[in-house]
Design a protein around this ligand. Structure first.
Ligand code: N1C
Length: 380
């Protein structure tokens, strides 16, 4: 009888342990950091656009919606200009200057007039057909927003590593990415397009995001943003690339924003020239390594960089970036040892001794209980 009770107790114990670890595993999955950029409605890819024949026809109710503004108090999700575009952009400009970077405490002369900035943006786009845009459409806006700005030794570029790079740059606290500049922060994640027939001058229902006859329209804002940011970078700069792309996609590829708008625009002369380009090549936990420093597309990139007269360095997986990758994928095979060593170091910091041994004892106890259970179930 006692054996029977012991078996039932052990069985329940194991079941509870199992369920807890399942819940825990599910929790972990939901917070994975991804190397790829998240979906961004505002930035068109440089890759060949989808042919118009492939596009789905608009549903009928959509045609009617076009007649009314979706921003009349009752919010309706559309593919058009973001409701409150003006207020959001001006608000972000104030927040950026007076809260985030606290410019009022430092360089007074560099504070921008937010209303004037928004007006430069608006006059480039309002009442203007989206597909007529080109790479000079937003020139005035970028000139105003970024005049007098130089990013020295802290500019960070990336390709195929959006999540990790932005976790690492930490909103400009460690490094500065394009999104950490005022010009890009004001527009990041927003959608807009002009419409000459609409009373507001914006189309709040639908914005095209690929113009069949003018690829520059899709690149007008973010292409120029990338180019301008590259021109502001000075000293040593950092580029985070992905060396574990699937389908043989190279870490450095033609037709990317980085290759088309950033690399050709780094300054080679003058006080604010770029001196050295540091490549940080990442390999995602649990994914295959497709390229390392000194291989394939990295050789091509090195040659381009040296030909432009910059120094070149490449490092595979700097430790601080491994920690960021493992931070949210710590179940990955490559992260297990790091996790164990960290636990020991932290236990030592907290308790002056490692608890890991104690943890492994309790694990042993669970295993023994399980064995005992099997033994008694078989026997009785
Ligand atoms: O085409 P990519 O990378 O080489 O572009 C990355 C490069 C960065 O250095 C940024 O300065 O260009 C800039 N940039 C962005 O800041 C950005 N945010 C979001 C380029 N693209 C950006 N996105 C979206 O990611 C956009 O939709 C575009 O198509 C992808 C490009 O990502 P990529 O191929 O990884």
């Amino acid at each position: 009888m006692i054996y029977y009770q012991v078996s039932i107790f052990s069985f329940v114990l194991l079941l509870v342990t199992d369920i807890t670890s399942l819940i825990y595993a599910a929790d972990q999955k939901s917070v994975d950091i991804h190397l790829e950029p998240p979906y961004q409605a505002d930035r068109s890819s440089i890759r060949p656009s989808i042919s118009h024949a492939q596009k789905k026809p608009k549903p009928k109710f959509a045609q009617k919606m076009h007649l009314i503004s979706s921003c009349n108090g009752s919010y309706v999700k559309t593919n058009g200009t973001t409701c409150g575009l003006k207020e959001i952009m001006i608000g972000r400009c104030y927040e950026y200057q007076y809260m985030k970077y606290q410019l009022f405490l430092t360089n007074q002369s560099n504070v921008k007039n937010c209303t004037q900035l928004y007006q430069a943006f608006e006059s480039a786009v309002r009442y203007k057909p989206y597909c007529n845009m080109n790479m000079s459409t937003y020139e005035k806006y970028f000139q105003l927003a970024l005049s007098g700005v130089h990013v020295i030794n802290r500019a960070m570029f990336w390709s195929g590593t959006y999540g990790v790079t932005h976790a690492y740059s930490a909103d400009g606290a460690n490094y500065i990415t394009l999104e950490d500049t005022l010009a890009a922060a004001m527009a990041n994640g927003l959608v807009w397009c002009g419409n000459e027939n609409h009373t507001d001058g914006f189309d709040f229902f639908s914005c095209p995001n690929n113009c069949k006859d003018n690829r520059w329209a899709d690149l007008a804002f973010w292409g120029l943003a990338s180019k301008t940011f590259a021109q502001l970078a000075a000293g040593e700069i950092y580029v985070v690339l992905n060396g574990s792309h699937a389908n043989d996609r190279p870490a450095f590829r033609n037709n990317s924003y980085f290759s088309d708008f950033e690399l050709p625009n780094f300054r080679r002369t003058g006080e604010y020239r770029v001196t050295k380009i540091n490549i940080l090549l990442l390999h995602s936990p649990d994914k295959n390594v497709t390229e390392k420093c000194g291989e394939k597309s990295l050789v091509q990139l090195e040659n381009l960089i040296l030909a432009q007269g910059f120094q070149y360095a490449c490092k595979d997986d700097p430790e601080e970036l491994i920690l960021i990758m493992c931070g949210n994928q710590w179940k990955a095979r490559e992260c297990q040892i790091a996790r164990h060593v960290l636990r020991q170091a932290w236990d030592k910091k907290l308790y002056g001794t490692s608890l890991s041994k104690r943890n492994s004892h309790s694990f042993l106890l669970v295993c023994l209980t399980a064995l005992a259970e099997i033994f008694f179930l078989v026997k009785f």
